[in-house]
Design a binder for this molecule. Structure first.
Ligand code: OGA
Ligand code: MN
Length: 205
């Protein structure tokens, strides 16, 4: 195990008791800064593209539903991303040990919401592909203020809501099929690294 300043235990307890968790300073500050720098570089390079909604042939860009720009992360692209993938793989194993979820892999993309962009209320699990099981978003924005908006708003089973501010180093973790959520518009650019732990698919494809 690496010496990350995290106890996965708190995340796992929260997930078991309420289906979601939020942890400030999930990743070491140095790693969060490097991920933010990597995300900025990709934005500056014009590497991000408008995110689509739907899957397969039904995929469409619909800014009225989702206005972020994204780029998928692959292993070997940058040292910071690779370190993050190692960290998330450790979390994947911890989740499997606690919940027997059979999580097989972790996919993630950088996301950039320009000021005013949002993502309407949705679930992360697709209708025709139920592999996404646990959603994990780490935020990359230094000195975020509540009045700047941009919260992740989760709608909880008890009818309540919980907002997570996209502050650098904060991780939001939730059950992909159980927690509807939305991204509120912000007054400043909002960067994140958004990912999903996936279980094996049922389809023999
Ligand atoms: C998503 C999403 C949440 C966030 O990309 O599906 O809900 O806070 N992101 O960025
Ligand atoms: Mn989502």
């Amino acid at each position: 195990m690496t010496d990350f300043p995290v106890s996965f235990a708190a995340l796992i307890d929260d997930l078991a008791s309420q289906g979601w968790s939020q942890q400030e300073l999930f990743a070491p500050q140095g790693l969060t800064r490097e991920l933010a720098a990597e995300c900025h570089r990709r934005v500056q390079n014009g590497d991000l593209y408008a995110a689509a909604v739907g899957r397969g042939e039904a995929q469409q860009v619909q800014e009225g539903i989702r206005g972020d720009r994204i780029q998928w992360v692959e292993p070997g692209q940058s040292e910071a991303c690779d370190r993050y993938l190692v960290l998330m793989d450790e979390l994947r194993q911890a989740l499997n040990q606690s919940f027997y979820l059979g999580l097989e892999d972790f996919e993630c993309h950088f996301a950039c919401y320009a000021p005013g962009a949002f993502y309407q209320r949705h679930f992360d699990r697709f209708r025709d592909d139920d592999r996404r099981t646990v959603s994990a978003v780490i935020y990359l924005n230094e000195d975020w203020l509540p009045e700047q908006g941009g919260a992740l708003r989760m709608y909880l089973p008890d009818g309540g809501e919980h907002d997570v501010l996209p502050q650098a180093g904060t991780l939001a973790l939730f059950m992909s099929a159980e927690v509807p959520h939305e991204v509120l518009a912000a007054t400043r650019e909002r960067l994140s690294l958004t990912g999903w732990f996936r279980r094996r698919g049922d389809s023999p494809l």
